[in-house]
Design a protein around this ligand. Structure first.
Ligand SMILES: *[C@@H]1O[C@H](CO)[C@@H](O)[C@H](O)[C@H]1NC(C)=O
Ligand SMILES: *[C@@H]1O[C@H](CO)[C@@H](O)[C@H](O)[C@H]1NC(C)=O
Ligand SMILES: *[C@@H]1O[C@H](CO)[C@@H](O)[C@H](O)[C@H]1NC(C)=O
Length: 447
């Protein structure tokens, strides 16, 4: 929907924005075109999960709410450890009785023939796709996938199939065993058990035949996304791997501003239609956490100051799985504590104060000081990204304060993982090229 490239002139940005608005009016903002799939904010206009209650929260309150689930997300990312891969998942949820929702963006996916529609959470750090299936025990879903109702249903994979061994949490299987492939996983404090099945998967206009995904049979806990999840990670069961012959391991997305729920961003699959002249940084891979998209963050500039950072917390270590990742499921960027503290202290020095806390945000100040808020630049190998202002501050409309929209990673998770999150990715086109191993980032207005 938004075909724009980085421009420095504000006139051109205005022009582009006007064209984008025209295009949005002219077409279905919730729909998909040839190689663009709408990426829908979970509380946005096109989402079936938007809050229709009479006390609808303001966008900033919703973001603050969502950000409060980040520690759970970081815990999940930490758990994606290949050395634990074969260990069975215990059935006990980490936190029960609460309805966590750690998916912030969803895409429309159709499964089977005739197609069954799902609004699945888009997750760049998970490989598998999964949906609640008919007969699921413990599911509280609004929609279930019914294999019986699909003529293209390809059955379950046997547990000795090579694909089965690729699923995280796959159940043990002996060579004489012809049982169906099942896998148990934990997600956001819930655990589930799923059978690996095959059916056609339709995204936009393209249909991928015999897509292998999890059909959830049982859930414990209440935080499994209502209509399932689509994994765009780097592992063998992810959309990127399974669609290799269609999309050649290349995709990009643009996340719309949290502030404008009326817009949908876009997911573009495949090399066609991608920005050609985009600055890139090497894409790194860790055998310890093979699903994640690592980049080399080498520094952070606040205003004109290059913040002195303890580099041991930025260094990419493939064997430890430490470094920096780009993730679509964490709300605000989380740095390992010593890194965050250094950035925050420099930011505070320039804004002056006084500062207070709201929820997980520890650098909130009265709006009148906002003009003093410095720009923030993330420096990656070969690529500097200056964050747009709306990606740095979050405002609380009723309390007349602004907060620095970043935080320290929870310190109970000793993961040494810095996570570049959604709030800092708004209105940027992020290109993942797993063939040439590079990540491109450029400004694009997609709201
Ligand atoms: C909808 O808003 C109400 C009132 O703010 C809140 O209690 C409820 O949890 C919200 N529901 C969702 C799904 O966010
Ligand atoms: C996987 O989950 C199912 C359903 O909760 C349970 O019966 C089974 O024991 C679990 N398997 C392992 C190895 O934890
Ligand atoms: C990351 O950047 C640092 C600083 O430029 C460099 O020394 C290091 O080799 C880079 N690491 C990788 C994996 O590219």
């Amino acid at each position: 929907m938004c075909v724009k490239h980085m421009r420095s002139s504000s006139i051109i940005v205005f022009l582009w924005a006007t064209i984008a608005l025209g295009m949005a009016i002219g077409s279905d903002p919730c729909g998909s075109s040839e190689n663009e799939i709408a990426v829908i904010p979970i509380l946005g206009k096109c989402s079936p999960f938007k809050n229709t209650s009479s006390h609808v929260r303001t966008w900033d309150e919703s973001v603050m709410d969502m950000a409060s689930n980040d520690p759970l997300r970081i815990q999940y990312l930490f758990s994606l450890d290949a050395s634990f891969r074969k260990k069975p998942v215990s059935a006990a949820p980490i936190a029960s009785g609460q309805n966590f929702n750690i998916g912030n963006y969803i895409v429309r996916v159709r499964l089977g023939t005739p197609s069954q529609l799902f609004f699945m959470v888009l997750d760049t750090s998970t490989d598998e796709a999964w949906v609640p299936c008919t007969g699921c025990t413990g599911c509280y879903s609004s929609t279930y996938y019914s294999p019986q109702a699909s003529t293209s249903y390809g059955g379950s994979l046997p547990c000795y199939a090579p694909r089965c061994a690729q699923a995280r949490g796959a159940q043990p299987c002996s060579s004489s065993n012809s049982n169906a492939c099942t896998f148990n996983q934990s997600y956001a404090g819930s655990t589930f058990s799923a059978t690996l099945v095959q059916d056609s998967l339709k995204l936009g206009l393209e249909t991928l035949p015999s897509y292998a995904f999890g059909c959830i049979n049982s859930v414990s806990g209440e935080s499994i996304p209502d209509q399932g999840l689509l994994g765009l990670g780097r592992g063998s069961l992810s959309l990127i791997s399974q669609s290799w012959s269609f999309y050649s391991g290349v995709f990009s997305y643009c996340l719309p501003s949290f502030k404008s729920p009326y817009f949908s961003g876009s997911l573009k699959l495949g090399p066609t239609g991608q920005p050609r002249r985009i600055r890139t940084t090497p894409l790194l891979r860790s055998p310890r956490r093979p699903s994640l998209y690592y980049v080399n963050l080498t520094g952070v500039t606040v205003g004109r100051v290059q913040v002195p950072l303890p580099t041991e917390y930025l260094t990419f270590d493939p064997y430890k799985g430490s470094g920096t990742i780009i993730d679509s499921g964490t709300v605000i960027t989380r740095f390992v504590e010593p890194v965050y503290n250094a950035i925050r202290d420099e930011f505070r020095k320039q804004v002056k104060g006084p500062f207070g806390s709201i929820g997980g945000f520890d650098t909130c100040f009265v709006k009148t000081y906002e003009t003093l808020a410095p720009s923030i630049k993330f420096r990656f190998t070969g690529l500097d990204v200056t964050l747009p202002y709306e990606n740095i501050l979050i405002h609380s409309s009723n309390r007349a304060v602004a907060c620095l929209a970043m935080a320290a990673a929870p310190n109970n998770v000793n993961s040494v993982l810095n996570v570049i999150a959604n709030y800092q990715q708004q209105n940027l086109r992020i290109l993942f090229d797993t063939v040439n191993n590079r990540v491109g980032i450029a400004r694009e207005l997609c709201n």
